[in-house]
Design a protein around this ligand. Structure first.
Ligand SMILES: Cc1ncc(COP(=O)(O)O)c(C=O)c1O
Length: 402
């Protein structure tokens, strides 16, 4: 039976991607994979989490196994507030924070509550693909702003804002991943952060700051969050336990002005009532018992070595006229190859020769970036990184006839 007639037109944004289909094949085959955003399972604190989970169920079972408030378990929000305060992210009260089922749900809530069809929103170009998909469900006009090694080019943003304003349009929000960008690995300079906030004030928009990665940078880097610099209450800040503890527990959060957080709360009610209570209790204990800090320290060491391995493999194997940045943190970098290369076209060959990556075009608002690929370096082993990049370098040279 063909079910098309039952499907809503709005669900077109969830179209199957040929890449995702191809990557399913990758999972079934033994290839070196630079595809997913998976943490290295070595970083998971299994013993400590098993102990915490046991204790939580035995000691607080009555509450931890029960329904809980939509905004999140109060004692967990109090712990989060302390955790964030140590990182210079100030939250004045529990009502300014909502716990979400991963920060992905935060993006979905923002999309459902802030965007009307036809609204203008801005993202970096490229940006996090699943954020684009979440926003697109609400049918906005998405304006992409290019990036360079210092993150979003705010002078280009300014020009776009000026042009939009002169044609009577205003931007509702700018979505940014300022630190250790996914997919590009870039980090926004302090000057650009300041400029972005000045523009927010001048053109009266909100900044959505998505920050899964600033908690474990590998080098000396300025990780001051926009939220910390925000003096007007314009920044809505999202983060997550996914990369500092475990993505499987699905705990993230949004900080922002209470008026918006209350709205997200109402939207979340219809989505899932609340984020799993058990996960929130486990996350609370993991923060308080230092398990999150230990995981971060471990992850930082493991990923720094892997990051350095992929950087040196790229320098040794990639053709001239390729470009990438050294990520100070996060799990990804993006390689811009010479314009003759189409990474989507090249993928089946790469898979046949034993390597998979994610072609970059879908991360671009305008599907440009056909010559780019996103590489994850947290999951593959050092040996896989070395030989995988060597294979990719060989394929690219062959395609270019060098
Ligand atoms: C920039 C960015 N935002 C959001 C997410 C979603 O994270 P979560 O696991 O908390 O839903 C990710 C995951 O990789 C990400 O890279």
């Amino acid at each position: 039976m063909d079910y098309s007639k039952f499907i809503a037109r709005a669900s077109e944004v969830f179209r199957a991607s040929e890449i995702r289909e191809l990557l399913k094949v990758v999972e079934a085959r033994k290839v070196i994979s630079f595809t997913g955003g998976y943490p290295d399972p070595q970083t998971f604190p299994r013993e400590s989490l098993a102990k915490i989970a046991y204790e939580v169920i035995v000691n607080y079972g009555d509450r931890a196994l029960q329904y809980s408030p939509t905004k999140g378990v109060t004692v967990f929000r109090q712990t989060l507030i302390k955790y964030l305060k140590d990182k210079d992210v100030k939250v004045s009260k529990e009502d300014d924070i909502i716990v979400t089922t991963g920060s992905q749900q935060g993006l979905d809530l923002i999309s459902r509550t802030l965007i009307d069809p036809g609204d203008y929103i801005v993202t970096e170009n490229p940006t996090y693909l699943a954020a684009l998909t979440a926003f697109r469900t609400a049918r906005p006009n998405v304006v992409g702003v290019p990036i360079d090694e210092w993150g979003m080019r705010t002078e280009v943003l300014e020009e776009k804002l000026r042009n939009l304003e002169s044609s009577g349009r205003r931007v509702k929000f700018v979505y940014t991943i300022p630190i250790a960008h996914n997919p590009a690995g870039t980090t926004m300079s302090p000057e650009r952060k300041k400029h972005l906030l000045e523009l927010a004030s001048q053109y009266d928009f909100i900044v959505i700051e998505d920050d899964p990665y600033s908690f474990f940078v590998y080098d000396e880097a300025d990780v001051t969050r926009l939220k910390t610099l925000d003096s007007e209450g314009r920044v809505v800040y999202l983060s997550t336990m996914s990369k500092v503890l475990s993505p499987g527990i699905r705990v993230g959060w949004i900080l922002g002005p209470q008026q918006l957080i209350d709205l997200f709360e109402r939207a979340k009610q219809s989505a899932d009532l609340h984020t799993p209570t058990l996960s929130q209790y486990i996350a609370k204990e993991a923060i308080e018992k230092g398990v999150v800090s230990e995981t971060v320290e471990k992850a930082r060491k493991i990923y720094r070595v892997k990051r350095d391995a992929i950087l040196s493999a790229l320098s040794e194997n990639m053709v001239e006229n390729s470009w990438w940045v050294k990520p100070v943190g996060g799990l990804f970098l993006m390689v811009w190859l010479p314009p003759e290369i189409d990474t989507r076209e090249m993928l089946p060959t790469a898979i046949d020769e034993g390597v998979a990556y994610v072609p970059g075009a879908p991360f671009f608002v305008d599907e440009s970036g056909r010559n780019t690929m996103r590489l994850n370096f947290s999951y593959p082993s050092i040996e896989e990184i070395r030989s995988g990049i060597e294979i990719l370098g060989r394929i690219v040279r062959r395609k270019l006839g060098r």
